[in-house]
Write a protein that binds this ligand. Structure first.
Ligand code: GDP
Length: 304
C-alpha cells in the first residue's frame, strides 16, 4: 500500500496533526524509513548515515508549517538534500575557450568507458561538434578495436597507436601517454574541436594504471575527466570513487548501466564522498542510450 518512500514518510506522521514542532521521537520513525529506502537503492552505508544525520538536524525543531503536513515537510527536506548532494543543477560539459576541448575517460575495467566514448562522440556530433577519439587503453586486447567500431558508428575518427590491430604482430603496445599526446596533436592539425581519450582500467583499483591516467591527464591538459562507474557497483562505490578522485581528480561522473536493476544509489554515494557532480547516465549498449543526468529525477527515483 505504502510503496514509495514519500508515502511511507507521510504515513509515519499521520498522527502528528496540530503539533507545533517536530520532536526527536517523531523524526526517529522517519529516519528508519529513509535508511531502509536508501539502503534498498544501494546507497553506501556511511553515506546513508551522514544523510540521515543531516535530514534529522534540519527536521528537528522545524516549525510545522501551515501549508504542509509534517510528513510532506520531511519529504521536502529529504528531496532537497538528495538533489543538493547530487549536484543541484544538471551540469553539461565545459568547453575550452581555445579548442580542442580534451575529455578523458577513467574508471574500472568494464565500467563502460569505451562504450561511452562512442556515445559522447555521437551526442557531440549531433550538437555540431567535430570530435575525435583517441585509443589509450592499450591493456585490454580488444579495446582499440572496440573504440574503432564505436567511432565508426558515431561517425567520428579514431586515433590509435597504429592502424588496425588485427594481426597478431600488431597487438596494441606503446606508451599510452605518448599516444594521448600524438592524438591531441593530430586532432589539432585536423581541426577537431573535441578530443575524447579512452584510458585503461583494471578490475580493481591499480596504482600503476592510476599513475598512467594521471600522467595522461597532465600531459594533454585534459579539461574534463569523466569518471565512469557502473550503477550496479553497490557498496564498493565509495572506495572506488575515492581512489579515482585522489588519483585523477575527476571533474564529473558518468553513471553507466542505469538500465539494469540498480536504483542509482551509487550516484548518491559517489557525489556525496567526492562532491563531484553526476553529469550523464548511460542506459544501454546502443549509441543513443545516453542522457544528461537530472539530480531531481534521480531524487524522485529514490523517493518513489
Ligand atoms: P570499459 O572496460 O570501461 O571500456 O567498458 P566497456 O565500454 O567495454 O563496457 C563493458 C560492457 O558493458 C560492454 O559489454 C558494454 O556493452 C556494456 N555496457 C556499457 N555501458 C552500458 C550501459 O549503459 N548499459 C548496459 N546494459 N550495458 C553497458
Amino acid at each position: 500500500m505504502f510503496n514509495s518512500l514519500s508515502d511511507r514518510l507521510t504515513a509515519t506522521f499521520k498522527n502528528l496533526k496540530g503539533k507545533g514542532r517536530l520532536s526527536e521521537a517523531d523524526i526517529d520513525g522517519t529516519a528508519r524509513e529513509i535508511r531502509r529506502a536508501l539502503l534498498d537503492a544501494d546507497v553506501a552505508v556511511p553515506v546513508v548515515r551522514e544523510f540521515i544525520a543531516k535530514v534529522k538536524a534540519r527536521a528537528l525543531g522545524a516549525e510545522v508549517s501551515e501549508a504542509l503536513n509534517p510528513g510532506q515537510q520531511v519529504v521536502k527536506i529529504v528531496n532537497e538534500e538528495l538533489v543538493g548532494i547530487l549536484g543541484g543543477e544538471t551540469r553539461e560539459l565545459r568547453f575550452a575557450k581555445q579548442p580542442p576541448t580534451i575529455i578523458m575517460l577513467a574508471g574500472l575495467q568494464g565500467a563502460g568507458k569505451t562504450t561511452l566514448a562512442g556515445k559522447l562522440a555521437h551526442r557531440l556530433k549531433s550538437q555540431g561538434h567535430t570530435p575525435m577519439l583517441v585509443a589509450c587503453d592499450l591493456q585490454r586486447p580488444n579495446a582499440v578495436n572496440q573504440l574503432q567500431v564505436g567511432g565508426q558508428k558515431a561517425g567520428a575518427p579514431v586515433f590509435a597507436p597504429h592502424p588496425g590491430v588485427s594481426s597478431e604482430a600488431e597487438t596494441p603496445t606503446g606508451d599510452p601517454v605518448q599516444v594521448a599526446r600524438d592524438g591531441v596533436a593530430e586532432a589539432q592539425s585536423k581541426l577537431h574541436d573535441v578530443v575524447i581519450i579512452d584510458t585503461a582500467g583494471r578490475l580493481g583499483v591499480d596504482q600503476e594504471l592510476m599513475d598512467q591516467a594521471a600522467n595522461i591527464k597532465s600531459a594533454v591538459g585534459a579539461h574534463e575527466v569523466l569518471f565512469v562507474i557502473d550503477a550496479m557497483i553497490g557498496q564498493d562505490a565509495v572506495a572506488t570513487a575515492q581512489a579515482f578522485d585522489e588519483g585523477v581528480d575527476f571533474t564529473g561522473v558518468v553513471l553507466s548501466k542505469l538500465d539494469g536493476d540498480a536504483r542509482g544509489g551509487a550516484a548518491l554515494s559517489v557525489a556525496s564522498v567526492t562532491g563531484k557532480p553526476v553529469m550523464y547516465a548511460s542506459t544501454g549498449e546502443g549509441l543513443k542510450d545516453f542522457e544528461v543526468f537530472h539530480p531531481d529525477r534521480m531524487a524522485r527515483r529514490i523517493l518513489d
